[in-house]
Write a protein that binds this ligand. Structure first.
Ligand SMILES: Nc1ncnc2c1ncn2[C@@H]1O[C@H](COP(=O)(O)OP(=O)(O)OP(=O)(O)O)[C@@H](O)[C@H]1O
Ligand SMILES: [Mg+2]
Length: 281
């Protein structure tokens, strides 16, 4: 497979706005991600990072702004159309189907699932079965990669939080994505597996030119893995650049101090559901 040219812009956001009631969760965000890069998106709790992922992946419609992926506008497209273009995401709170096996979860993540078209099994059994076998093999290979192969037959509901994160990563890879957005992929994953996950990312970046945008609170991980860091605060991008520069940026230091927590502190994942009235009062 030919490796696509690096360094061009693959994802570009300009003036993206999204409110929840009176809260401007994303308030005119501007950013770009370079093709083939591992870019970290950081910022204090409530900065708007997850909301931004939800917008880019089509789960929320922005009220304003333009989002382009590989030179084409995606800001009015539904999630499946965006995933089909090769831009996939994982969730801060994992969405594994708990009543299905780990393997089934993987197979369902493949595009053009043969099971969706039952008539094909009747009229073109050979090609459908060949396709199913292909998906099955790929699922197994990827489960090995994320070290869940021994749990392939177990219900996804029995996995630990960390294992579900790995399953999410595996599911994302089933689509052979051009770009993956990962929302706190290391949260709850045991440290040695977390390091392996980072190695996989680097390898995919190397071998396939896959682009990664990852939300991460652990600054050591950020400094280690990413060549570029984008910092959000209060719905806006306040800084972007190489990790060393960003770390010394006074606006970034102020943003973290303003919340009373250090940049290196991990945060408890927030629910992706509306907060109760009391939370915002
Ligand atoms: N579905 C929602 N309904 C109402 N308000 C929301 C919703 N999702 C997010 N918010 C609010 O929007 C703001 C941004 O939240 P978001 O989850 O995007 O932050 P974040 O940067 O991902 O934070 P964290 O690091 O804690 O995950 C917060 O004030 C949050 O309370
Ligand atoms: Mg978040």
């Amino acid at each position: 497979m030919s490796v696509p040219e690096r360094n061009g812009t693959i994802l570009e956001l300009s003036d993206v706005v999204k409110h929840f009631g009176g809260v401007a969760a994303v308030a005119g965000a501007e950013l770009d991600v370079r093709r083939g890069s591992i870019t970290a998106l950081i910022g204090p709790n409530g900065a708007g990072k997850t909301t931004l992922f939800n917008i880019v992946s089509g789960f929320y419609k922005p009220e304003r702004g333009v989002i382009s992926f590989e030179g084409e506008r995606i800001d009015r497209k539904p999630p499946h159309a965006i995933a089909q273009r090769g831009l996939v995401r994982t969730f801060q709170i994992t969405k594994a189907l708990t009543k299905m096996s780990v393997l089934e979860n993987m197979m369902l993540a493949a595009p053009h699932q043969p099971g969706e078209q039952l008539w094909r099994l009747v009229f073109t059994p050979r090609s459908a079965r060949a396709r199913e076998r292909e998906v099955h093999e790929k699922a197994h290979e990827l489960l090995k990669l994320v070290r869940l192969d021994r749990l392939a037959g177990d219900y996804a509901g029995t996995l630990s939080g960390g294992q579900r994160k790995l399953l999410e990563f595996g599911r994302a890879l089933m689509r052979d994505p051009t770009m993956i957005m990962l929302d706190e992929p290391m949260a709850g994953v045991n440290p040695s597996l977390g390091l392996e996950l980072l190695d996989h990312m680097k390898r995919l970046q190397d071998e396939r030119g896959t682009t990664f945008l990852l939300i991460e609170h652990d600054m050591e991980v950020v400094m280690n893995v990413s060549e570029r860091v984008i910092v959000m605060n209060e719905g806006r991008v306040i800084s972007a650049g190489p990790p060393d520069e960003v770390r010394r940026d006074q606006a970034v230091i102020d943003a973290y101090l303003g919340t009373g927590r250090g940049a290196g502190e991990p945060s408890a994942p927030a629910e992706e559901t509306p907060p109760s009235e009391g939370d915002t009062a």
